[in-house]
Design a protein around this ligand. Sequence first.
Ligand SMILES: Cc1cc2nc3c(=O)[nH]c(=O)nc-3n(C[C@H](O)[C@H](O)[C@H](O)COP(=O)(O)OP(=O)(O)OC[C@H]3O[C@@H](n4cnc5c(N)ncnc54)[C@H](O)[C@@H]3O)c2cc1C
Length: 485
Amino acid sequence: MTAAALGHFLGQGFRIRLVESEEIGIVGVGEATIPQIRLFNQALGIDEDAFVRATQATFKLGIEFLDWLRPDSRYMHAFGNIGRDSGLLAFHHSWLRGRREGVAADLGAYSLNNQAALAGRMQRGPARTAQVLPDMPYAFHFDAGLYAAFLRRFAEGKGVERIEGKIGEVVRDGETGDVAALVLDGDRRVEGDVFIDCTGFRGLLIEGALKAGYEDWTHWLPCDRAMAVPSARAADLTPYTRATAHDAGWQWRIPLQHRTGNGIVYSSAHLSDDEAAARLLANLDTAPLAEPRPLRFTTGKRRELWKANVIAVGLASGFMEPLESTSIHMIQSAIERILKLLPGRCIRQADRDEYNRQADFEYARIRDFLILHYVANDREAPFWRERRATELPDTLRAKLELWRGSGHIVREHEELFTEVGWLQVLVGQGIMPEGNHPLADTPPRAQIAEYLDILAQLNMREVAQMPTHADFIVAHCAAPTAVAA
Ligand SMILES: Cc1cc2nc3c(=O)[nH]c(=O)nc-3n(C[C@H](O)[C@H](O)[C@H](O)COP(=O)(O)OP(=O)(O)OC[C@H]3O[C@@H](n4cnc5c(N)ncnc54)[C@H](O)[C@@H]3O)c2cc1C
């Protein structure tokens, strides 16, 4: 992604080289995204349907959380708006009032994405039945390996020089401490002014050479292992990711055109690898196509994501579990930051500080949102009891305080998750406020009831005329092998 974007946006005067090792390969997981990925593809001029075909992608309208509050509970974090605000009054205050009065349906009834997802439907573009409804935002599930190959071709077409080789040594300038060159396979030297470290969990430059240090967030998010396994294509091509909680973590299910991506995320202090593999395989809804592949990680981030002349992107910069499909998005936002703060030959500390400040903010707010999924639960296992007792970061505690009183949710600056994102997880996890905004108390009960009812009906009517997700793919962007299958 980084090479493709730099190749696309930086023209004359820049020479971009991409060093990769086929012997090492890529991590190869990372199949669920959020709607911002569309902006990335659009900015690069990539045709959406061609991309879907090339990556065996499906459409994603949100994430369904099963068993998170307690066994047999479910809710959805759907993309897009919920209901309609009335002037200054955010919709959820009217919903909170309606709920108190016994005239409101579940929150999901007011989300077009939620309704379409559960009905297995998909459409692009403006609503067909009522102009007041917004478009449905969507993201994709895709095969990460195919996306990497797709972008490699794209990058090479933009003049990026790809160098196959294994980095054995990182040479630093004795005076400045900057990275001066990479030595490949013992003799080839690749020199550069700025190095973007995309070496994955290894962090070969940012940590191996520059010792940037790592902030460990395991005390907040203790899952430290995953196992991934592909299984056969599901008959039911759900347009959403499913995240199912289990005693010591959770399991993902991501439907693609040619297969289903599955994985279990768990805390090694609470579950052995053998138990995790057995649980993963026992909970597949289609036949496994390979052995489970183990992955280990430490949740957290580099203390400095940009140090000297090295900027860490992707897994080299840090990692948070894929509960809200944020990692690929964070690559995208890192690329945007790099392009906006692109240094000349002379890098100033102010550039680095600003980059690191923005990246720290992004990391911390996503971290808080992930912790939110764990803090309130009625589950019995030790892993979940410990999550309830965890001391929260101040930023998250302040957000919860604000919500618990009158149901206020404030999105700060460029925070990734919107008010309605927070709303759905707060409500889904059973964290309810004592009251609502006083303005929502003004209309008579019958008026609130009618308002809520109309909004839910509009969504139902719109969803009823949408094609199924599977039919939509066949009509627009079926991958050749998927059609044959
Ligand atoms: C279990 C799990 C599930 C995930 N699920 C999601 C998800 O649903 N959604 C999401 O957005 N993200 C997800 N992610 C994150 C996502 O997989 C990564 O953000 C993404 O794949 C990018 O990885 P990367 O390029 O940083 O690292 P990698 O894919 O590991 O790539 C590292 C690159 O560096 C090269 N390299 C390394 N060492 C050397 C060397 N010595 N010499 C030469 N080259 C070298 C490798 O060849 C490779 O090309 C998940 C991650 C994990 C672990």
